[in-house]
Design a protein around this ligand. Sequence first.
Ligand SMILES: [Zn+2]
Length: 272
Amino acid sequence: MKMPAWNDLTANRQPAFELDRAFYDAIRAAHPRARLAEKFVVEPYSGRGFLVKQGQTFRVIEETGQQIGAVAMWNAHERREDLNTGRTTGPDSYYITMGTRLWSDVPWFRPMATCVDDTVAPPADAEFHHHTCVGGHCTPETMQMRFGVTGLNACRLNLLQAVTPFGLNETDLRDSISVHQKMWLDPESGSVSLAKSEAKRGDYVEFYAEMDLLVAVSVCPLGDGTVDPTAPGPDAVRPLGIEIRDTGIAPKPFPRWTDWRPTWKGRWVPPN
Ligand SMILES: [Zn+2]
């Protein structure tokens, strides 16, 4: 028997857990009437943390084009519930575009935000994608691995500096997604290749908040994804814009999972 894909909507699944496309189409259609609640720019080599209420959307916008970013998020009232990209790739995908849900881990395991718009044109080389759940954010450690230089700025530093004012610390920052970053996942080896971002000035990706969120965005020091951070050159790293809007549309409640823990017979005992 061939197992159905997680996201095969023809499989025998509970409809309550499936994406209601009409609901998110309505949110996108409501955009011209949505009130702009907040707008700001995240400058090169920096990060910014901000709150997004449930029912609001936030856009990550190319101010001048070809700039990649890292986005992390938490339940604004419960920092232990955060974005989990591994969980996201199961019911949804490695790739993020309209209709992709971003999930938290168990015991919550529910959509935190849903992509409702994506203007970045699909690359001509169709195996590439621009917004992904793959690879995490760059860190000083990965910079040292790739470029042999210690102490480089990295998305991790930007994200940490963004969330410190909200009381979060290093152990709270785990996963993130990459936006506007052109990437290819080799189907044979599973390895990741980066290419120069094709996101143009004014392009954006937009997410609808399924709950009150703390969001952090980093402007990646890798610029368009191919910049050498040891010698970036002028204007190699560019700003990203953020816009938060009130849609006036409340999220649909996600079904609660049945709690299996009362049936848990005990703890695992290691063998002698
Ligand atoms: Zn980065």
